[in-house]
Write a protein that binds this ligand. Structure first.
Ligand code: KIV
Length: 274
């Protein structure tokens, strides 16, 4: 697919987990966007977005649910297939939705479906309790991104979409979860809505890349949801930014987001939790 506009920063070759590990080592931040369809996936490739996340946030951003809990495997597969048709160079990460990885065996069966749909990596939410699951997937050749901090599938247990890790005990728990997940074989760690200092400490103390959303500026990468980047969210979260306002079209907005992350302009102080 070809779109009008400046394509000078489009990805030259397919991004792999080795590309991302090398970027962490060299200190270059990588860009992640959560998106859900073929045209946006194509624009992400043209705009140099290294990682595309087909997140279960699609339950809220596309399907109109109040949370990610109703999202099904069938819905995830439908959107992962669409994204993989539109984008051949970004690394595609697919979420396993609520209650599809409650045991390692169930996780393996569902992760295989997500990989067959076109994902290169699966993402699952949870801390140390996922160690056996991650070992199971990783030993069988499935790369895993572990998601900690605000884990939206646990919104009812957490009592709302709230910043996590603010007390010293919670911060220590997040740090020990991060270590345990890396030791179990996770390839990437995603940190959502945690104080910047906690994310910085985790990023410095593990060798796998960290991706942050509402986790400050010291993570190895940033992720935003396409709806927030394009101003489609009626009450946007504090950690997000509408990049379309200052851009002429969608590829330019994605490139502005990418450039601002790579140069340390985004996230700004107004987007960070302490
Ligand atoms: O589902 C999703 O899009 C996510 C991001 C918000 C990190 O998990």
């Amino acid at each position: 697919m070809v779109y009008a506009g400046d394509t000078t920063q489009s990805l030259e070759k397919p991004v792999t987990i080795l590309t991302l590990k090398k970027m962490k080592e060299s200190g270059e931040k990588f860009i992640t966007v959560a998106l859900y369809d073929a045209p946006m996936a194509a624009m992400a490739e043209l705009s140099g977005v290294e990682v595309v996340l087909v997140g279960d946030s699609l339950g809220m951003t596309v399907l109109g649910y109040d949370s990610t809990i109703p999202v099904t495997m069938e819905q995830m597969i439908y959107h992962i297939e669409a994204v993989s048709r539109g984008n051949k160079k970004s690394l595609i990460m697919g979420d396993l939705p609520f209650m599809t990885y409650a045991t390692p065996e169930q996780a393996l069966e569902n992760a295989a479906k997500v990989m067959r749909a076109g994902a290169h990596m699966v993402k699952i939410e949870g801390g140390e309790w996922l160690a056996d699951t991650i070992r199971m997937l990783s030993d069988r050749g499935i790369p895993v991104c572990a998601h900690i901090g605000l884990t939206p599938q646990s919104v009812n247990k957490l009592g709302g979409f709230r910043v996590q890790g603010r007390t010293p005990e919670q911060a220590r728990k997040l740090i020990s979860d991060a270590m345990a997940l890396e030791a179990a074989g996770a390839d990437i760690l995603l940190l959502e809505c945690v104080p910047e200092k906690v994310a910085e400490e985790i990023t410095e103390n593990i060798s796998i890349p960290t991706i942050g959303i509402g986790a400050g500026k010291f993570t190895d990468a940033q992720v935003l949801v396409i709806n927030d980047i394009l101003g489609l969210t009626p009450k946007p979260p504090k950690f997000s930014k509408n990049f379309l306002i200052e851009s002429k079209d969608i590829p330019s907005a994605l490139k502005k987001y990418a450039a601002d992350v790579k140069t340390g302009v985004f996230p700004g102080e107004e987007n960070i939790f302490h």
